[in-house]
Design a protein around this ligand. Structure first.
Ligand SMILES: Cc1cc2nc3c(=O)[nH]c(=O)nc-3n(C[C@H](O)[C@H](O)[C@H](O)COP(=O)(O)OP(=O)(O)OC[C@H]3O[C@@H](n4cnc5c(N)ncnc54)[C@H](O)[C@@H]3O)c2cc1C
Length: 407
């Protein structure tokens, strides 16, 4: 087997976490090489992150000046929040500006596929190498560094490895970390519906509790560049495979959005969301750092998945930069600090996404009573409607220890 001494840092995975890690290392003057299991011409379409938070945009702009501007120009900021309760409007608010600070709005609503395209452009401009079609297969660490075996039969030596290889992470398995947690009780149907030229649905984020038009299921609709994300929460006894069939989806779309959209379903899938985190984010020798979905999988309510993966990426790069310039015991401390901070953040993010999930699953009688009461009071008090509008996304607060971003 041929051995290669690569850049000081190797990264497994060219998803948003791996790419951001490479950019964040580059911004600190540290070269890195990315290994990606998929081929370069892979198809990354599909329903994934659409909500990029302002704090994440600021992190990206710090590590790659100009990147946030592209995501803002290409994305959109929906101005209106509206909530319905069993056919009755309980809350609506329209903002006359995009919030945030400076040129960075409160958020940008943009498909993950496009976000990744701009990130890859930035990686290319920064001269960072990506080895496509090249999966990390084995990882061996020692006090001195890490050796990685890739699917093309090569071995690579480096000082650190960042495992950003997603939920099924090989790196996580190789360092012996466990990955346990819960699954949502309900299935959720997620569909992306392309925009139409005329008779367009308004640019609003809509949540409809127990929508009578779709047999009392919860429905969420969120616009992003060129399309809408439709999210239907199945009843516990629904068969999601039946509901995502073409004819049934067309019926849902026709009923919720109008017949002009029914032929425009570009992607549909059903999920039971996982709430899982690794029991450690680092290996025993403090040479491997797990980041993004390799470290934690969150239900998407509150949009903490990619946003927190990018926060992991920036913090991993900061820890590695500090460790590379340090003596050995201090270097160990820097990596341990990464683990301590990001494990605490992941626990917090999991709890926040879990709060949203629990609220939506609706099996807590007190929460259900509160929802019913708020729906009645919403006719008289805006605050009651605002509670119903806010609650499906969980708390807005950030983990107690974050040095980058809000997640
Ligand atoms: C329906 C839905 C909606 C979502 N909405 C949002 C949202 O609005 N906001 C938000 O922040 N998040 C959202 N998320 C979550 C977001 O999509 C993920 O958190 C994000 O993709 C995780 O990025 P990642 O880079 O950690 O992992 P991935 O995107 O999974 O990337 C991992 C990469 O590693 C590669 N890989 C795998 N194994 C290997 C290997 N052995 N060697 C090398 N490479 C490997 C994979 O091919 C892949 O390219 C949503 C998710 C879903 C499903």
């Amino acid at each position: 087997m041929s051995k290669f001494t690569a850049d000081p840092v190797l990264i497994a995975g060219a998803g948003p976490t791996g790419i951001s890690t490479a950019l964040a290392l580059g911004a600190r003057g540290i070269p890195a090489t990315i290994f990606e299991a998929d081929p370069e011409d892979r198809d990354r379409s599909g329903s994934r992150a659409i909500y990029v938070h302002g704090s994440t945009l600021r992190t990206l702009d710090k590590v790659s000046p100009g990147l946030a501007g592209k995501l803002v120009d290409e994305g959109l900021v929906w101005p209106t929040r509206r909530t319905m309760w069993r056919g009755k409007k309980v809350f609506e608010r329209t903002y006359d500006n995009p919030g945030g600070s400076g040129d960075i709005p409160h958020f940008s609503s943009i498909p993950q596929e496009t976000t990744e395209e701009y990130m890859l452009e930035a990686v290319d401009e920064a001269g960072i190498d990506i080895h496509w079609d090249c999966a990390v297969e084995a990882v061996d660490t020692s006090d001195d560094g890490v050796r990685v075996e890739t699917s093309d039969g090569r071995e690579w030596d480096a000082r650190y490895l960042v495992g950003a290889d997603g939920g099924g992470s090989t790196v996580r398995k190789e360092i012996g970390a466990s990955f346990e947690g819960d699954q949502s009780d309900n299935s959720f149907i997620i569909a992306d519906i392309d925009e139409v030229e005329e008779d367009q649905w308004p640019l609003e984020r809509l949540f409809h509790y127990d929508d009578p038009q779709v047999d009392g299921r919860n429905v969420m609709l969120v616009p992003f560049t060129g399309a809408w994300r439709l999210d239907i929460q199945c009843h516990e006894d629904d068969d999601p495979d039946e509901l995502i069939k073409d004819e049934k989806m067309r019926e849902f779309v026709r009923t919720v959005m109008g017949e002009q959209y029914e032929e425009n379903v570009s992607w549909v899938s059903s999920y039971r969301f996982l709430q899982v985190m690794a029991d450690t984010f680092v290996d025993e020798h403090r040479r491997v750092l797990l980041a993004g979905e390799a470290a934690h999988l969150l239900a998407p309510f509150g949009a903490r998945g990619m946003n927190s993966g990018i926060a992991d990426a920036d913090e991993a790069a900061g820890a590695i930069a500090a460790a590379i310039g340090a003596n050995r015991p201090t270097a160990r401390d820097e990596i341990e600090l990464y683990a301590a901070r990001r494990e605490a953040a992941a626990e917090y993010n999991l709890k926040a996404a879990g709060t949203a999930l629990e609220y939506l699953q609706g099996d807590n009688p007190i929460t259900n009573l509160r929802k019913e009461a708020a729906a009645v009071l919403a006719d008289y008090f805006e605050l009651a409607g605002e509670y119903l509008d806010d609650a499906p996304y969980g708390p807005h607060t950030a983990p107690p220890i974050v040095t980058t971003g809000n997640y």
